[in-house]
Write a protein that binds this ligand. Structure first.
Ligand code: FAD
Length: 442
């Protein structure tokens, strides 16, 4: 990044508009006219990346490396990077805040892209323009890597006051925002009673991680002799993935603390009276981590790129090519990370994981580089790997690996390998994994 880019990023930060967003999902803010956010740099293509998380930061780094003449601009609402992976361990102090929370300007300078801390508030594909809370920016190629949003409307319809009450009183900390610290403080302050955790229906962000969170909070409860219980309300018929490993951990390590309720699809949530009605029965709680269904980030909705079911309802996820990652209705827009939509009728979506977001960020950068160089685009498949801690002392983890291949018709096929036996070796692998991944884009 040149000196001008650095100076541009600094005053935006200084406005303080984008301290950790407290909402994580909102309707578009008031439109800030047509102020130009940044002049173009050089004669190469301009590639705007919306969302500086796992997928977006990876894409920005590789774009600059593979297309040195490109003007790469990363738009991110948060002033710093917060990692989802390891955040369950952070809740109970197995890793500290510096482990999760990272400077974003240093990678922008190191790799030579421009970081602007701003909120994406609209996308006009006909004029190839992104609107932000600080002005508008045009693009040749656009990457959307905004992660997920919490679809509270599935529970509360248009009752935004109840959605907001729920988010504030029972934060789930699945989006990098103010909920992270809020949940940590809640866990630390917990004195006893029943904590209910609702799991979203699939597909959702990092499928094994809510069970990891239950295990680690249970470990905290057990170690500190707190008279508490955790009730997991799971819409699925059984624990998945790594179901055997989690079942063994629940029964062997936390028999009096964790109870898993399968087939517990939510019928009604009453946050004021702390009561939930599910298909499997009704439950009262003292405290809760309430996860509504997940959907693609708002920016995919602004771009009007959400898929439709056969009866015309929104799928909630991007409508995109399963191997090229371009939007089906716009080949200049790419979707990266958790917002991605349907991939294959064998398994549905790629796991919504940091590992996949990082892999697709690289693949999409390569695909754009091939197009810019007028070369044939060679589709590449990702892989996936997730490590989950189930015991705090001794530290033990289980894991799941996914491999992808193509069948003769070009359909993507998935093979899932669960490592159900908890071991300390997997903890070492996990820490080596995240160190490697962070080194890739931070
Ligand atoms: C508790 C937990 C544990 C997890 N454990 C693992 C694990 O062990 N392994 C693993 O692989 N994955 C794990 N994950 C999943 C992982 O965090 C996500 O899959 C990954 O972050 C997806 O990357 P992304 O780029 O799609 O989204 P994110 O990393 O969330 O990045 C999206 C970015 O876009 C920004 N953004 C969104 N909207 C706007 C807007 N309108 N304007 C400006 N900026 C915007 C957000 O602030 C955010 O920084 C875990 C997640 C959680 C919550």
């Amino acid at each position: 990044m040149n000196r001008r880019g650095f100076l541009l990023a600094t005053p935006v930060l200084a406005t303080g508009t984008l301290a950790l967003s407290s909402t994580g999902q909102t309707a578009p803010l008031a439109i800030h006219g047509k102020t130009q956010l940044l002049p173009r740099r050089g004669k190469g293509p301009r590639i705007v990346v919306c969302g500086g998380g796992w997928g977006g930061m990876t894409a920005a780094r590789y774009l600059r490396e593979l297309i040195p003449q490109a003007d790469v601009v990363l738009l991110e609402r948060n002033p710093t990077f917060w990692s989802g992976p390891m955040s369950n361990k952070w809740l109970i102090d197995i890793v500290n805040t510096d482990f999760l929370n990272h400077d974003m300007l240093a990678p922008a300078l190191k790799y030579g892209y421009t970081l602007v801390n701003t909120e994406v508030i609209g996308i006009e594909r006909d004029t190839k323009t992104v609107r932000t809370s600080h002005g508008s920016i045009d693009y040749d190629y656009l990457i959307l890597s905004g992660g997920i949003r919490n679809a509270y409307d599935a529970w509360f319809g248009n009752d935004v006051a109840t959605a907001e009450y729920t988010r504030q009183h029972f934060p789930n900390a699945y989006v990098p925002n103010a909920e992270m610290l809020s949940l940590k403080h809640k866990v630390k302050a917990f004195k006893g009673g029943t904590i209910v955790m609702t799991l979203p229906p699939p597909p959702h962000r990092c499928p094994p991680s809510p069970y990891e969170r239950a295990c680690l909070i249970a470990w905290h409860i057990k170690t500190n002799k707190i008279p508490g219980k955790i009730l997991i309300l799971d819409p699925k018929p059984k624990i998945a993935p790594i179901g055997e490993g989690y079942r063994a951990a629940f029964e062997e390590l936390y028999p009096d603390i964790i109870a898993h309720v399968p087939n517990a699809a939510i019928k009604e949530v009453d946050p004021y009276n702390k009561r939930i009605k599910t298909v499997a029965g009704d439950f009262d709680f003292d405290d809760a981590i309430l996860m509504p269904p997940h959907q693609a980030a708002d920016m995919v909705w602004y771009a009007d790129l959400i898929g439709k079911t056969p009866d015309g309802k929104p799928t909630g996820w991007a409508d995109m090519h399963p191997r090229l990652f371009t939007a089906n209705s716009d080949e200049n827009v790419y979707i990266v990370g958790d917002s991605m939509g349907f991939i294959s009728d064998q398994f549905g979506h790629y796991p919504k994981s940091a590992h996949v977001a990082n892999a697709i960020g690289q693949i999409v950068a390569r695909n754009i580089a091939e197009r810019v160089a007028d070369k044939e685009v060679v589709p590449v498949l990702p892989d996936n790997l997730c490590y989950m801690m189930v015991n705090g002392d001794p530290q033990e983890e289980i894991s799941v690996k996914f491999e992808y291949n193509l069948d003769a018709t070009g359909k993507v096929l998935q093979t899932q390998i669960d490592m159900d036996v908890r071991t300390h070796d997997l903890v070492a692998e996990d820490f080596a994994w995240i160190k490697n991944r962070f080194n890739d884009f931070l």
